[in-house]
Ligand binder design. Structure first.
Ligand code: 13P
Length: 336
């Protein structure tokens, strides 16, 4: 097995998943101000450090995705943040795209940027301790979108990014996120997401990516957030598995879903159903931002000095996600 495959398995094997703590400063400011906390570099670090030093890290979190600001910060006792993460036997990762910008000639869609100078930035992140990377492409659904232009150009950028990440000795997380916005049905989400993921793998293969050292980070198959469609977790799991079986080459070791606007309980329950039904050889885990952090952020914002109380809330959420990653979660365990 390749070294990259070993890293991928360490991140999402054994019921572990990923804590996506790579919000850009703009997004983190929205999250902090949303709970009435001033967004400055000290507060951003304090909240993140609180999570990174939780007991739950060791048992439930195999990788943490950092943002450029955080990977270069020192904690309150002068320790480098990647070192703090490695001390919990967790792998530090880094978001390396520079954001989704307006796609020329299709202004309602986005293309993710960040390829210029990427090779040099990757070298620097590797030296700082990162062993995996993330690049997120976003797609909208409407009657005419996602366009072929958006599907093709984002897949091409994802593949060029993944090639450079592997060249630097790091596992690429390939994240094609089909957004939940809109009133489309789950069946339309299935069709569009399958098309998007298939095109990503076409490009990854053309770019000679080692698929065994790659993690896919997709959305689950859900109705649009403005749709009236009612759908059970069982149906979400079935459609999501169908999409992945149809679009992901068997060499890929695993899949780590984003939560993408689902509540923390929804994201946990749906992942659990996926694993209860999973008869593929793919690991099905999580790479959650909001679904892992929401509850602890809310608690922390009201009890900013209560580090252990905040960690207790985070530990519970991480444990529930980890149980879901092996199909062992239940509503009774959730309430315990
Ligand atoms: P959410 O789980 O909040 O969607 O964030 C995951 C992520 O990293 C998006 O890029």
């Amino acid at each position: 097995m390749s070294e990259l495959n070993n890293i991928a398995l360490k991140i999402i094997g054994n019921g572990k998943g990923i804590l996506a703590a790579d919000e850009s400063t703009g997004t983190m400011t929205k999250r902090l101000e949303g709970v009435g906390v001033e967004s400055n570099s000290e507060n951003r670090l304090l909240f993140r450090e609180t999570l990174f030093t939780s007991d739950g890290m060791k048992d439930y979190i195999g990788g943490v995705i950092l943002y450029d600001e955080t990977i270069k910060q020192l904690n309150s006792s002068g320790k480098k943040i990647p070192k703090l993460i490695i001390d919990s036997d967790t792998v530090p990762g880094i978001k390396v795209d520079t954001g989704a910008k307006t796609l020329a000639n299709s202004p309602e869609e986005k293309i993710t940027e960040g390829l210029d100078g990427l090779r040099e930035r990757l070298k620097e992140y590797y030296k700082l301790g990162a062993r995996f990377t993330k690049w997120r492409a976003v797609y909208v659904i409407s009657k005419i979108y996602p366009s072929k232009l958006s599907i093709n150009s984002n897949a091409h950028a994802l593949a060029r990014y993944a090639a450079l990440a592997q060249e630097s000795g790091m596992v690429p997380i390939v994240e094609p996120e089909v957004l939940m916005d809109g009133n489309h049905s789950a069946e339309v989400c299935l069709e569009k997401t399958t098309e998007v993921i298939k095109k990503c793998f076409d490009e990854l293969i053309k770019n000679k990516i080692d698929l065994s050292g790659t993690i896919l980070k997709p959305n689950m198959i859900l109705p649009g957030s403005n749709s009236d469609q009612k759908i059970s977790s069982k149906d979400i799991a079935e459609l999501t598995l169908k999409c992945l079986v149809d679009s992901v080459p068997k060499e890929v070791p695993g899949i780590a879903f984003l939560s993408g606007g689902q509540s923390d309980i929804e994201a946990t329950k749906n992942l659990d159903e996926i694993n209860k039904k999973n008869n593929t050889r793919f690991i099905m885990s999580f790479s959650y931002g909001r679904a892992l952090q929401q509850s602890s952020l809310k608690y922390w914002s009201k009890n900013i000095k209560d580090i252990s109380g905040t960690q207790k809330v985070f530990n519970h959420r991480a444990k529930m996600c980890s149980l879901a990653a092996t199909g062992k979660w239940s509503e009774q365990i959730e309430k315990k």
